[in-house]
Design a protein around this ligand. Structure first.
Ligand code: 0O2
Length: 221
């Protein structure tokens, strides 16, 4: 391609990345509003921690090549759903679904796809609730529906996923079987811990309901 073409493609790509950043900004505002409202209304928030990331151009290109989405920038945007990513960490499994429902219910958020790796964990043990949403971004002259991947998981699932991710990259995908087996075991341990914590939390709520002391938003359902 000639220089003019390169400049044009670069500008188009930068525009695309900016729209994804705005998509993240819109979703982060929504999530932070929910978090703050919970803190204001209740003694308890289902959202522990939120982080966001814009996929790097290098990772976008790698994934685009892997998926064969290299025709055009529009092709890339249509086929890669996780250029804009948000990760929400919750204390309990029930909270992950609660947060999912609160986001899905917003009028300007449309859920494009859901992958429930909590109900059906991946073969390696990975657990998380993924939703791809489309959110409108209003620019000076145009409006864009921007896709954002929201991953919702518990603290235990997040702990497991971040270590697995590091190990995966350290071995460039070729992780020794012994480590894969240990990771699977660790995923089961994390899953058991989640269930134990959920039951414990339910017990505390039940006791508090008897004493009428704890303000539990889940009881409003
Ligand atoms: P990174 O480095 O986080 O950006 P597809 O092949 O398109 O059908 P895709 O796009 O991989 O599926 O979607 P999926 O399965 O919903 O996974 C998207 C993201 O979820 C990944 O992005 C990871 O962030 C996370 N993820 C999925 N599987 C695993 C896993 O086994 N371990 C960990 N640690 N994270 C996982 P990227 O682009 O792969 O990675």
């Amino acid at each position: 391609p000639d220089l003019e073409e390169l400049v044009r493609v670069r500008q188009e790509f930068e525009g695309l990345m900016l729209r994804y950043k705005f998509g993240i900004d819109e979703m982060m505002t929504k999530i932070n509003i929910l978090k703050e409202e919970f803190a204001h209304l209740h003694a308890y928030t289902p959202i522990e921690h939120v982080e966001s990331r814009l996929k790097s151009p290098e990772s976008i290109l790698k994934k685009a090549v892997r998926k064969g989405a290299t025709e055009s920038i529009d092709d890339l945007a249509a086929r890669l759903h996780d250029i804009a990513g948000i990760r929400i960490t919750c204390s309990f499994i029930s909270d992950t679904y609660r947060v999912y429902e609160m986001l899905a219910a917003q009028h300007d958020v449309s859920v494009v796809e859901v992958r429930d790796y909590i109900k059906a964990p991946k073969a390696n043990g990975y657990q998380s609730l993924h939703m791809i949403v489309e959110v409108p971004v209003f620019l000076s002259a145009t409006t864009h529906l921007v896709k954002v991947e929201v991953q919702i998981r518990t603290i235990a699932m997040d702990f497991w996923a971040s270590l697995e991710h590091k190990i995966y990259y350290k071995y460039d995908g070729a992780v020794p079987q012994a480590l894969l087996d240990k990771l699977r075991d660790a995923a089961e341990t994390a899953s058991r811990l989640d269930l134990t914590m959920e039951h414990l939390h339910d017990d505390v709520l039940a006791l508090d309901a008897e004493n009428d002391t704890f303000d539990d938003p889940r009881q409003e359902r």
